[in-house]
Design a protein around this ligand. Structure first.
Ligand SMILES: [Fe+2]
Length: 397
């Protein structure tokens, strides 16, 4: 086990817990961040990975830097791992040891993964703090193998600088309940609008956008590169063996009055929907179906951009057994996007809309031919993939 001295750190600096993300068949990103008790400058940490929670079966032990320029967040790609295997990990500095996280690698193609549970949620406004208990339910759910986050990890409030955005992530990651769900499962994360500013599009101040993207990257267990002034390509796909391809969308960065996804992402989408896995999960922060509620239709929605909506449907028509899961609207819904294509709206983890939105939801099926069911609920959606098919369950709390 690699040794690392305390570098003058007296108090336990691991106040934001640990997280893992973007797993593949042989590697996974491990993440932590240091709190205000840390000394100035960069801090060297040790990161241990083991095949058991007692760390008797040590697999790797490496050094990683929590750099001041990264907000004293640290990430390391643990690689050389076995497919479809559970690992435990922790970070250390001097006598201080972080909480232990648990993560899993993904099954390889042809490995015959028999079942795989994916939990999806979004929207964790701190204004509804009690509902963060849903993170405990998520942490303890034995059927979850992967968490897919559909955005609104923070709400920007008045933040517009790097330090102000970082403060919001530190507030969120300081919550023991988010630390529990982050330590329990690997996460694959995309963003929505509130990571930057409500309903932003390409016209947002580029410096503010970069600060927002930068803080998102620092506090997200992702293997994406650091954002540059060109932005950050967040859309990507994850293959769970031959069972399901998860396609992650970015509905904000390229949005304009002309488009939701932008031409490059649309082209990419058509390409990646053509694959050999049994199922397709399109993780779209923004609703793809039409709600048919006239001027209440959000201007950024696919419904307001029929060419994008048609292109997504065309891509999904070529995809094996597609399901769309969206977030953003702070509601739980079942919709029929197109014949044979179900869209499910994952409930928000905590965020609410004003009461008049909740009152309107039960009437949506009468207004919109695509809405089967709509209700005000919180928690997460779990999709249970199996070789025999896919089922879903809304887990509400
Ligand atoms: Fe939200």
């Amino acid at each position: 086990m690699v040794e690392v001295d305390d570098q003058g750190i007296v108090d336990d600096p691991f106040e934001f817990g640990v997280a893992s993300g973007d797993p593949d068949t042989t590697s996974v990103v491990l993440w932590t961040a240091l709190g205000s008790t840390a000394i100035a400058g960069d801090v060297r940490l040790a990161c241990d990975v083991a095949s058991d929670p007692a760390f008797d079966g040590l697999v790797t032990s490496d050094l990683v830097s929590a750099a001041e320029t990264d907000g004293r967040t640290a990430r390391i790609v643990a690689d050389g791992l076995d497919p479809a295997t559970t690992y435990w990990y922790r970070f250390r500095v001097g006598p201080h040891v972080s909480a232990t996280g648990r993560t899993h690698t993904l099954p390889g193609a042809g490995a015959g993964a028999e079942r795989f549970g994916i939990a999806l949620s979004s929207c964790q406004n701190r204004a509804e703090l009690l509902r963060w208990d849903n993170h405990i339910t998520l942490a303890d759910d034995p059927a979850v193998d992967l968490v897919v986050w559909l955005g609104d990890f923070i709400y920007e409030r008045n933040a517009s600088s790097l330090e102000e955005y970082r403060a919001l992530y530190r507030e969120a990651r300081g919550d023991a309940r988010l630390q529990a769900s982050s330590a329990a499962h690997p996460w694959v994360v995309t963003w929505d609008d509130h990571e930057v500013v409500n309903d932003y599009d390409g016209t947002v101040d580029p410096a503010r956008r970069l600060d927002a993207y930068r803080s998102w990257w620092e506090f997200t267990p992702t293997r994406l590169p650091r954002p540059s002034s060109d932005g950050l390509r967040v859309y990507r796909f994850v293959d769970v063996g031959d069972l399901v391809r998860i396609v992650m969308l970015d509905c904000r960065q390229y949005a304009s009055s002309e488009t939701v996804l932008g031409s490059e992402q649309l082209e990419w989408l058509a390409d990646v929907c053509n694959h050999g896995a049994a199922h397709t999960l399109l993780a779209s922060p923004v609703i793809v179906s039409s709600l048919n509620v006239g001027e209440l239709t959000p201007p950024y929605a696919f419904e307001a951009h029929p060419a994008d909506q048609a292109a997504v449907i065309a891509a999904l028509n070529a995809a094996p057994d597609p399901t769309v899961v969206s977030g953003d609207l702070h509601a739980q819904m079942e919709l029929e996007l197109a014949p044979g294509i179900t869209e499910l709206m994952a409930p928000p983890l905590s965020s609410s809309f004003p009461p008049d939105w909740a009152d309107l939801l039960p009437f949506l099926p009468f207004a919109s031919p695509s809405v089967v069911r709509a209700e005000a609920a919180h928690g997460y959606l779990r999709l249970d993939y199996a070789t025999t098919g896919v089922t879903h369950e809304f887990v509400n709390g």
